[in-house]
Write a protein that binds this ligand. Structure first.
Ligand code: CUK
Ligand code: CUA
Length: 643
């Protein structure tokens, strides 16, 4: 809650607290506050640009990955007020996500990998669903780098509705990214591994370890990924990385960076002396001057898949590199030194790649790439027979930006982009068409991704930029060695220099990427339709129903009681407890918990939750509503008795 305190303090300080220290308390003027707090004109301007008077809403909504928390963070711009943490890969009690047997439990269960329940995720890249290359506000996808999975979040409810497990990857990174009409959600592997789940010696790295990109088919009508219509394109054991999808002139194509095309495999400090003379990973993996961008014609891959040109691995269709090359659908282009960012321009013509160990951004021209492919003019082939295009012949320009350039986001203004400079701790504003660097703004500290308003769409808005910084060091009150992250809001309005507006601490994992959507595109519901749940309990039809050892409890909740209020069962009974919140009023949520049984639910207006547990302990267990829902909220309770 650090963020709220910070924000509140700022506001209170501006308008109230300072007053307490002056004798003219309520006759206080703005200049008194300015003096009291030592604010500059710039500070005042930034405050005025970000302060939302009570009830005023934000113009944009940011969906940020929650890093290791396995959740998604939702906040408003320009106020930087946090609105929600969406539970995705991690149980979250307030939302009742992953407790009892609510529908959310089933979603978390889908995330089991090889039988193992995994209760966290390393979330990196959210992707909003798109229609014709523009955010449509319907869904957002989120990946888990550590345990290769992709989640679907329905923006009608801001709840996770599906998790799909990648059947063949052992890690991933270039995800989530969507095609312009959200036909597919892409997931690129990261650390090469055998597709099978078997042990394979590292000696067979080049022949048996593989990378790839999975194209998850999204069924928009159902709002779910259809695993049965999804496929993977096999790739060499390079470390595939950030991925983006073509649009406009490059529609039907996708682009995936890679690192460690050296195929260097550790050994530093390894007991196995075989690797003793080799370099450590960091040196070995960046020995070459270039790595490769993988260029995939996914439309052609889809055709191969539909024609049955695949092999099933772990029950999942994999299109071989060989078949892709034969179909003229897979290519490589050299990229300078440990590339990372990979961003397609709004018109789809240019791909901007930045190398962590290079000071330049390289701008590739898709029309040049396509011309070379059409002419079959290739510079060489890699060890796996994939054609390599000539680097300089595909290039539009290279522009020197600074140290450690990573990711790029687009402005409304034609040609204007923003690139994060990790080592420099700065944001570069530049023109990728003319190749001119315009200005650099220092940030605090070490920026990873950045996000501009609607910055990944065919029509970016400009206006605001958020720098997703990796370190916060001295920006906030010290809370111990693990510091919060720092998201810095920057004004990028045309015609004036970029300037910093706001620092927001984020104490929930390390967000990697975020997307910013116009708030009015989102149309979430405030209540569920009556009877929209299978186990809906009608008021007046509550009760306890026994069938042998199986006891079904049908309850309703409304301010300020549960019906029934006293439930008596026998030790060993299997309990299925359905509760319908029959409220229709907005924000009238009831919580539900039973002492000792590790059960918790959030029952939102119109919602029915189901909990299953075994009454395996004798005793008296009060149950109660955990949301302060009315004046008699504490009285909203009952007894669950086990004989
Ligand atoms: S990222 Cu995942 S390592 Cu630059 Cu997209 Cu942070
Ligand atoms: Cu319902 Cu408290």
């Amino acid at each position: 809650m650090e963020f709220r305190v910070t924000k509140m303090l700022k506001v209170i300080s501006l308008f109230v607290v300072a007053a307490l220290f002056t004798t003219t308390a309520w006759a206080q003027s703005l200049s008194d506050v300015v003096k009291e707090r030592g604010l500059s004109d710039k500070d005042l301007l930034a405050a005025a640009k970000t302060y939302n008077p009570s009830g005023k809403k934000d113009e944009y909504i940011v969906f940020s990955s929650g890093g290791q928390s396995g959740q998604m963070i939702v906040y408003g711009v320009p106020s930087m007020r946090i609105l929600k943490y969406i539970a995705v890969f991690t149980p979250e009690p307030w939302q009742g996500y992953g407790y009892g047997e609510a529908h959310s439990m089933k979603v978390l269960e889908q995330g089991r990998i090889r039988g193992r329940k995994i209760t966290w995720g390393d979330t990196h890249h959210p992707a909003l669903s798109e229609t014709k290359g523009d955010y449509d506000g319907q869904y957002v996808f989120l990946n888990d780098k550590a345990n290769p999975r992709v989640a679907v979040i329905d923006l009608k409810t801001f709840e996770t509705v599906q998790i799909v497990v990648n059947p063949i990857f052992k890690s991933e990174h270039g995800s989530s990214v969507v095609t312009p009409d959200t036909e597919y959600v892409l997931e690129a592997a990261q650390y090469p591994a055998p597709f099978s789940n078997k042990y394979v010696s590292l000696d067979k790295f080049n022949t048996h370890y593989r990378g790839g990109v999975t194209y998850w088919k999204f069924d928009r009508k159902k709002g779910r990924i259809n695993k049965k219509k999804s496929f993977t394109v096999e790739m060499p054991p390079y470390m595939q990385d950030i991925t983006d999808v073509g649009k406009g002139v490059s529609a039907g194509w996708s682009f995936t960076n890679s690192i460690n095309t050296e195929r260097y495999v550790g050994g530093y400090g390894k007991g196995n002396t075989k690797y003793k003379d080799k370099l450590a990973n960091e040196a070995g993996m960046s020995a070459k001057d270039t790595d490769y961008m993988h260029v995939v014609n996914w439309k052609a891959a889809e055709k191969l898949y539909k024609a049955g040109k695949f092999k099933k691995v772990n029950g999942h269709p994999v299109i071989s590199m060989k078949d892709m090359v034969k179909a003229n659908a897979l290519f490589l282009i050299p990229e300078p030194k440990s590339p990372h960012g990979n961003d397609v321009s709004p018109d789809g013509r240019y791909i901007i790649v930045a190398g962590k160990l290079d000071t330049h951004a390289s701008i590739y021209d898709f029309t040049k790439i396509k011309a070379l492919i059409d002419k079959k003019e290739f510079a060489s082939k890699d060890d796996y027979g994939i054609p390599i295009l000539d680097f300089t012949k595909t290039l539009h320009k290279q522009v020197q930006l600074g140290l450690g350039p990573l990711h790029t986001q687009f402005d409304k203004e034609k040609g204007i982009v923003y690139t994060s400079l990790y080592v420099d701790s700065a944001v570069a504003r530049w023109d990728y068409l003319s190749g001119k660097l315009i200005e650099k703004l220092p940030i605090n500290y070490n920026i990873g991704h950045l996000v501009t308003a609607e910055g990944d769409t065919v029509a970016p808005d400009g206006k605001y930029l958020v720098a997703l910084n990796k370190l916060s060091i001295d920006r906030f009150n010290n809370v111990g060695p693990l510091h919060p992250q720092n998201h810095q809001l920057i004004d990028i309005t045309k015609g004036r220099p970029m300037h910093l507006l706001y620092d927001m601490p984020l104490p929930l994992g390390e967000p990697h990427y975020a997307q910013m959507i116009k708030a009015d595109k989102l149309k979430p519901i405030v209540r569920y339709k009556k009877r929209s749940f299978k186990h809906y309990v009608k008021a007046g039809k509550e009760g306890v129903f026994r069938k042998g050892k199986n006891v079904t409890i049908k309850s309703t909740s409304i301010r300020s009681h549960f019906s029934p209020e006293v439930i008596e069962v026998k030790k060993g009974d299997n309990i299925t407890w359905h509760i319908t919140n029959v409220e229709r009023a907005q924000d009238q949520v009831h919580g539900f918990s039973v002492d000792n049984y590790n059960v918790h639910a959030s029952i939102e207006p119109g919602e029915t939750v189901t909990m299953k547990f075994k009454a395996d302990k004798r005793g008296v267990f009060p149950f109660y509503c955990t949301e302060f829902c009315s004046a008699l909220h504490l009285e909203m309770m009952g007894y669950f008795l086990v004989k």
